[in-house]
Design a protein around this ligand. Structure first.
Ligand code: NDP
Ligand code: OXD
Length: 318
């Protein structure tokens, strides 16, 4: 049977180009919009895989049936004013992406626990200088967002010995992890030394990481803290508040992978703080070959009547 065509509008970054999307697509024909392919008409094309895309792209696709997001987050797709109503949107859920996010979260928690910045600075001064050394179980990591990424990170942080608690819109039950729902945010914050953000960007999460919230976190008796680690979305954080909280000690450290505006401006004060780790949105890039295989698999499910997985709830915004 002939395979249906996929329209592709994704400008893969260097880090993502470990393979080719075609390696995963099982021979499925592609119209590569991001590479400038412009057929006379897009009529008949039922599927689009997008990340960056022209605002009128969907208007040109009269037969569009499913939109696939090339990432786990769908805020960019949902922000498109020309998003057609009622078309299912599938987000990318993938073991490789999930496990790399958890690696990044664990690495940041360990960087702060083991005071890596202190040793880097001491090395630069050729100075033999030790620092206090509490163990992971002395620190409570609070994860905001207990979805695919938050839950995997919770399990891996637990395995490292951290005390882990979590917060999400709806109540969760996770073995060994005290879970709080939306109504119990303050209680959750009051127990958290290291705050991990793994929330999608929605109306409810925009600007949620601000001075008021940071002021409710728990200081650790010995370690620089509280610490804020964000792998979710930058517009969930208020960067002027982060800078002033680092300045006055409300925050003892941060690890930020995402920013209100990306790329982060070279004039941002965040680059310069001693206890700030700054990353260019690389915590968990999509692996292109896995992405191709995932989209191809979802199309096959859809066409055989099995149904799509990981559908976005447009009302909730994630
Ligand atoms: P999921 O949809 O699986 O999980 C989202 C979690 O956030 C759920 O637990 C959900 O609650 C919770 N949540 C959503 N809105 C609220 C709210 N208003 N209040 C409280 N909790 C809320 O997403 P993933 O775990 O797969 O991904 C999370 C985000 O990570 C993505 O949306 C994306 O923005 C970001 N990301 C960043 C990457 C990077 O490289 N930096 C890579 C990949 C993703 P509930 O369980 O009750 O629904
Ligand atoms: C994603 C991302 O959402 O890489 O997958 O940010």
């Amino acid at each position: 049977m002939d395979q249906s065509t996929l329209l592709l509008s994704v400008d893969f970054t260097a880090a993502e180009k470990l393979g080719s999307i075609h390696d995963g697509l099982d021979g499925r024909p592609v119209v590569d919009w991001s590479k400038g392919e412009r057929p006379e008409s897009l009529a008949g094309i039922k599927y689009a895989l997008v990340w960056e895309f022209d605002s009128d792209l969907f208007d040109r696709m009269p037969d569009l049936e499913v939109i696939f997001s090339a990432g786990a987050g769908v805020d960019k797709v949902l922000a498109n004013p020309a998003l057609p109503q009622g078309i299912p949107i599938v987000r990318f859920v993938d073991h490789s992406l999930t496990t790399r996010m958890s690696e990044w979260i664990c690495m940041q928690c360990l960087n702060h626990l083991r005071q890596q910045k202190h040793y880097d600075a001491a090395q630069k001064r050729s100075e033999w200088s030790d620092a206090p050394q509490p163990q992971a179980s002395d620190v409570t990591v609070g994860i905001m967002g207990l979805g695919v990424l938050g839950q995997d990170s919770a399990h891996k942080l637990k395995a490292l010995g951290f005390n882990v608690i979590g917060w999400s819109r709806t109540q969760k039950q996770i073995d060994g992890v005290e879970c709080y729902d939306e109504a119990h945010l303050d209680e959750f914050l009051s127990k958290t030394n290291y705050l991990v953000g793994l929330l999608p960007l929605t109306q409810g999460t925009t600007g949620i990481f601000n001075r008021d919230l940071f002021g409710k976190l728990a200081k650790h008796p010995v370690l620089p803290s509280p610490v804020f680690i964000n792998g979710g979305r930058g517009k969930s954080q208020v960067e002027t508040d982060i800078a002033s909280c680092l300045q006055d000690g409300t925050l003892g450290g941060v690890s930020l992978d995402v920013f209100e505006e990306e790329p982060l401006s070279s004039s941002s004060p965040l680059w310069k703080f001693e206890n700030a780790y700054i990353f260019p949105h690389v915590a968990a890039n999509s692996d292109v070959k896995s992405l191709g295989a995932y989209v191809d698999g979802q199309i096959k499910r859809y066409e055989s009547g099995e149904g799509l997985e990981n559908l976005v709830d447009v009302e909730l915004g994630y």
